[in-house]
Every structure is written in structure tokens, then in C-alpha cells.
Design a protein around this ligand. Structure first.
Ligand SMILES: Nc1ncnc2c1ncn2[C@@H]1O[C@H](COP(=O)(O)OP(=O)(O)O)[C@@H](O)[C@H]1O
Ligand SMILES: [Mg+2]
Length: 327
């Protein structure tokens, strides 16, 4: 399929918002599949169907009259996360690690009184933090505990790995690290750190916070580069498998590496951001174009991972094209 003429920025290989929207999202993501990833309750069911581990769902709140259920659920599970089903960018998410008489304990130790928790639930239900118009549902789910390898890299919350998967082939990834500023969330615009990842080895290459380079995590002073992400082969496989399963050609897969559960799917994103390029100091376009030019992609996930690695290393992908598939 033809692509729009290259702009100056695109010549440098950097994918802009318009290029992302027109050439990749509009071209590769059929609208009918959006609801599967735009609603986190539905995504969870889809992931379970694909055999992928997800955070356990403790409950769904659908309207204000159900807000009181949070007390019961919190007393039973003690550690939990509330999030809008159609939220994005970390908006509205609150992470709690304990229950007190007066309310719920945040990751920074502060207690949020019950009345404030319920007020916040009502705000989420009103759609204040959600994509699209109208009201939303609220998920109450298990708080994930990150792998111990992150103990000196993730402040007060869960780091995640964002993988951009194109036609079922991972093309770029970054590790997102929560900071004191980002309050238990790893999203970059909440103040999290993004670290580029070498796709072949799973080792971080460099870090950015608020678009500036960072060498050390501000809360621990530990280097953010040269960190081996645990479970890297499993992360590549999970993202390649799910990216293919969901029917979206261009998708962001967010994965948490848990101490006990292993790689766990947090969410899928049909419009993944482009800041991942800054974290990697590399443009997406030169990685997307060779995959775009493949006549077909293999059904076998391991073959797609071979393509992913060759593509990352800048090797030609002809050897992956079946002779019969050439024009
Ligand atoms: N179940 C969870 N346990 C711990 N932290 C979580 C959980 N869910 C979300 N978070 C934190 O919040 C961030 C955003 O969550 P996510 O589900 O991706 O929502 P959004 O669509 O708003 O980005 C994650 O990167 C993570 O740091
Ligand atoms: Mg997210």
C-alpha cells in the first residue's frame, strides 16, 4: 500500500504523529478492533483467551451506587489498583498497598480517606479520565509486584516494558520506570523515566525523563543504562503473540515483569505514543518500513522474533521472504 511522501523529519527516520496516524494506525488498525483494546476489561478477557497472564480482576464498578464496594474488596485483598476502563496515560489510576481504618494507603505512605476514594471513583465513572465521550467503568485489580531486579530502579510503583509490535513483529521497546514524582505509575508524562532497550539482548541503552537524557534514576542514583531486563525472551514472545492475536497491525503492548507471575500484560494500545523514539534515540520509520515491505509475515511466533532481531540490527529481511511470495 502506498505511503504519503516523506517529510523532512521523516527523512531522519523519526515518525511524527501524522505519519503514525495515517500510515500505520489508519492503514493497519481496523476500527472494529479498537473496542478490544480501548476497554481494559475487554482486553483482559482477550489476553486470558490468548493464554497470557494478566493482573487478577477483583471487581468492576459501573455506577456511583456501587462505589461502596471498594471497602469490601479492599478489606479482602488489601493491595489493589483502581483504574478507568477506558483511561490512558496513567490518568485516574491510583495504586494502594494497604488498608487503614480511615482509608486506603498510597504507595507514598499517605492515607486517602474513604470519602476521597469514593469521590475519585465517581470522577472516574463520569469519564473524566477516559478516552471518548461519556461515562466509564472502573476496574479494581490486583496490585502487581515487580521483579526484585527493579528494587533500585523503580520508585514506589511498577515499571513496565512498552513494545511496539508491527504486523506481529516487535520493532522497538522501552522500559518505563516510576519515580517519586510519578506516584506509582510509570507513564512518561507522569514523570516516569523511559529507557531504550536493545531488542536483541534486552539491555537498556539510555534513559530520558521529561524529554531530557538521564544517566541515573533520580531517587536511587542507580544507572538506567546497561540494565538487563529480566525475562526478555518471554517478553518478546508475549508481545509478538498478542500483537498478532488482537488483529491490530500496529499496537503498543505494555508488560510488567512480576516476581511471581512472570511477564504480565497490563494493557494494549491502538495509538501508542511516539516518545519511545526519544528513549531509544532512534527513529521508528527505518524499522517499520522493511516490515511494511514484507509481502507476508510468518504465522510462527519464533520466526517473527527472528525477523524482529534482524530488523533491529538493520539486516535485510529478504531471507525471510518465501520464494513464492515475491512479486
Ligand atoms: N495492576 C497494577 N499494579 C501495579 N501498578 C499498576 C497496575 N496497573 C497499572 N499500574 C501502573 O500504572 C501505569 C499505567 O497503567 P495502565 O494500565 O497501562 O493504564 P494507562 O492506559 O493509563 O497507561 C503502569 O505503567 C503502572 O506503573
Ligand atoms: Mg499504559
Amino acid at each position: 500500500m502506498p505511503l504519503r511522501p516523506f517529510t523532512r523529519l521523516a527523512k531522519a527516520g523519526v515518525l511524527g504523529i501524522n505519519g503514525r496516524n495515517l500510515d500505520f494506525i489508519a492503514a493497519y488498525n481496523p476500527r472494529k478492533y479498537y473496542p478490544l483494546v480501548d476497554d481494559k476489561v475487554i482486553t483482559k478477557a482477550l489476553a486470558i483467551e490468548a493464554g497470557v497472564t494478566v493482573p487478577e480482576l477483583f471487581g468492576v464498578i459501573r455506577y456511583g451506587g456501587e462505589a461502596h464496594l471498594i471497602e469490601e474488596i479492599a478489606k479482602k485483598h488489601r493491595s489493589l489498583v483502581v483504574k478507568p476502563a477506558r483511561g490512558s496515560g496513567g490518568g485516574g489510576i491510583m495504586v494502594f498497598n494497604g488498608v487503614a481504618k480511615a482509608g486506603l494507603r498510597r504507595m507514598n505512605g499517605q492515607i486517602t480517606p474513604w470519602a476521597d476514594v469514593k469521590y475519585h471513583l465517581n470522577n472516574m465513572l463520569s469519564g473524566m479520565f477516559s478516552m471518548g465521550d461519556g461515562s466509564d467503568r472502573v476496574l479494581i485489580e490486583e496490585r502487581l509486584v515487580p521483579h526484585s531486579a527493579f528494587s533500585k530502579l523503580a520508585f514506589g510503583g511498577v515499571p513496565d516494558v512498552r513494545v511496539i509490535v508491527f504486523r506481529g513483529i516487535p520493532v522497538m521497546a522501552m522500559l518505563r520506570l516510576p519515580t517519586a514524582e510519578s506516584d506509582g505509575k510509570a507513564n512518561l508524562h507522569q514523570g516516569g523515566i523511559g529507557a531504550g532497550i536493545d531488542l536483541v539482548s534486552g539491555i537498556t541503552t539510555r534513559g530520558v525523563q521529561h524529554n531530557d537524557s538521564v544517566e541515573l534514576h533520580p531517587d536511587f542514583e542507580t544507572p538506567v543504562r546497561d540494565f538487563q531486563v529480566p525475562g526478555w525472551p518471554e517478553i518478546l514472545e508475549l508481545s509478538a503473540r498478542l500483537g498478532h492475536h488482537v488483529g491490530l497491525g500496529y499496537v503498543g503492548v505494555d508488560i510488567v515483569i512480576c516476581e511471581n507471575k512472570g511477564p504480565t500484560l497490563l494493557e494494549l494500545n491502538a495509538r501508542p505514543g511516539i516518545a519511545i523514539q526519544t528513549a531509544n534515540l532512534r527513529g521508528l520509520k527505518p524499522l517499520l518500513m522493511p516490515v511494511h515491505n514484507l509481502p507476508t509475515v510468518p504465522d510462527d511466533v519464533h520466526q517473527r522474533i527472528e525477523i524482529c532481531k534482524a530488523n533491529w540490527l538493520g539486516e535485510p529481511l529478504d531471507r525471510f521472504v518465501a520464494p513464492g511470495a515475491l512479486p
